[in-house]
Design a protein around this ligand. Structure first.
Ligand code: 0X9
Ligand code: ZN
Length: 431
């Protein structure tokens, strides 16, 4: 299979397309370009070089665009900044050296190994860490354990498997499932490398099922549905080696023997009209061969469709940059007519996080940040009819490698934001 990939990539190279292999970022430099006006931000965001990885696009004046640049393109990037009067800052040289493996990766074949080897391997595995980055196997185990410990509050519903066959389970937390309460649906980890998002999802499950006051407060009149890892194949791939640490997409293999679709460009609403790559072998934002080509996005769609009547809030957790954005994401030209409500709820959530000592969110429509179609937020809002729908970009300052040791102080701050979400949704839909 690998050989076939190399062959096809070779042919594509001849055709002038690049087939990206996994990268060792050891010699890459993290460069920040700083626009001084809205026009400059547009120019900066348009940097288009197949060798350069864009980690974050600029939202406008004074918001940086973050780039991972190989040695051969550093001078080009500097000239690009000079030519366009952009601020230029070398944030970190030898970026890849700071990327570490979290190993040993989950082994799907573990169960097929002889018992002695299996036990040895298992004993080497770190156990679940609430303030850490966990293997997918441990995450599934955590979901099952919580359900076993709190059967009166928690149900786990199996929604099927990922492309590579990992089970995908929804944790449903409710004091009274028969009451037909409004549902808050939260997912995380559609982008493989954004590890802080699944950790926040698990932290939410933990707090909602462990806090002494949660039953009378957070679970009062609202049901919480949480899918901690939308893209488990990509997540495990990004954990397996430092070469894969920056992987974003799913792991499906396409007709050109290249891998992965950007799950957040794969939803079936205004699919591929903006902000996507159409190249199955290059581009972090490949929208896929058709809407919902990925089993993982179909699973999220099924969760939404099955519960559409009661679902009143959807939050998709990503990282990074501390943004809380709402539809539309496919365009920055229009806002939905309900935008003021979306905006004002986001601002109260941001205030709650700030009051808990966290950084406030930048609140705006996703499309005004940068237009990108096929996102789950637009699908929830535009097709399913979920009245409040958001993408939340957690944390800032460490790109995708938010240090584990900071999670203990950060996750509780974001939790306060979710409490504010709940209060408002309850007040509006179940007073
Ligand atoms: O581009 C994305 O998918 C999200 N940002 S990320 O850096 N985590 O990749 C933002 C998505 C916002 N929503 C839509 N554009 N629909
Ligand atoms: Zn993301």
């Amino acid at each position: 299979m690998a050989r076939r990939s190399v062959l096809v990539c070779g042919v594509l190279l001849l055709l002038g397309t690049v087939c990206k292999a996994n990268k060792d970022y050891d010699n890459y430099t993290l460069i920040r370009l700083k626009p001084n006006s809205e026009e400059q931000a547009l120019v900066a965001n348009a940097i288009n070089d197949t060798e350069i990885d864009v980690l974050k696009i600029s939202r406008g004046q004074n918001d940086t665009i973050d780039l991972l640049v190989p040695p051969s393109r550093v001078n080009y990037t500097r000239s690009f900044a000079d030519l366009n009067n952009l601020g230029f800052e070398v944030k970190q040289e030898h970026y890849g050296r700071s990327l570490s493996e979290t190993g040993p990766p989950e082994s799907p074949e573990l169960d097929e190994l002889p018992r002695a080897v299996r036990t040895a391997r298992r004993s080497h595995r770190r156990s679940f860490n609430l303030y850490g980055y966990n293997s997918y196997k441990d995450i599934l185990e955590f979901q099952d354990t919580v359900a076993r410990r709190r059967p009166e509050l928690v149900q786990v519903e199996d929604f099927g498997t990922s492309y590579q066959g990992r089970r995908m389970k929804l944790t449903k937390i409710s004091k009274d499932p028969s009451a037909g309460n409004p549902i808050i649906f939260i997912d995380a980890g559609i982008h493989a490398r954004e590890w802080v998002a699944p950790s926040m999802a698990l932290y939410l499950i933990h707090r909602l099922t462990n806090d002494p006051g949660a039953v009378s407060n957070e679970l009062d009149g609202i049901d919480w549905y949480i899918l901690p890892v939308v893209n488990p194949d990509g997540y495990e791939f990004s954990r397996a080696s430092k070469f894969n640490r920056m992987w974003r997409k799913t792991r499906s293999e396409n007709a050109f023997s290249c891998y992965g679709v950007d799950g957040n460009r794969n939803y079936g609403f205004k699919w591929a009209v903006s902000g996507v790559s159409n190249n199955p072998c290059n581009g972090e934002t490949y929208a896929g061969p058709k809407p919902f080509s990925e089993p993982e996005t179909r699973i999220v769609r099924n969760i939404m469709m099955k519960n559409s009547q009661r679902m009143k809030l959807y939050v998709s957790m990503h990282s990074y940059g501390n943004y809380l954005v709402y539809p539309w994401g496919y365009t920055g030209d229009y806002l939905p007519k309900e935008w003021k409500k979306l905006d004002s709820l986001a601002r109260s959530v941001s205030k709650a996080v700030e009051s808990a000592g966290g950084q406030p969110f930048k609140v705006l429509s996703a499309g005004k940040w940068y237009p990108a179609a096929g996102g789950s937020d637009d699908f929830a809002f535009g097709v399913v009819g979920v009245p409040y729908s958001y993408t939340m970009e957690l944390t800032d300052g460490y790109e995708f490698t938010y240090p584990e040791n900071l999670l203990k102080s950060t996750l509780p701050q974001f939790y306060e934001g979710f409490k504010a979400f709940k209060e408002n949704i309850k007040r509006e839909y179940n007073p």
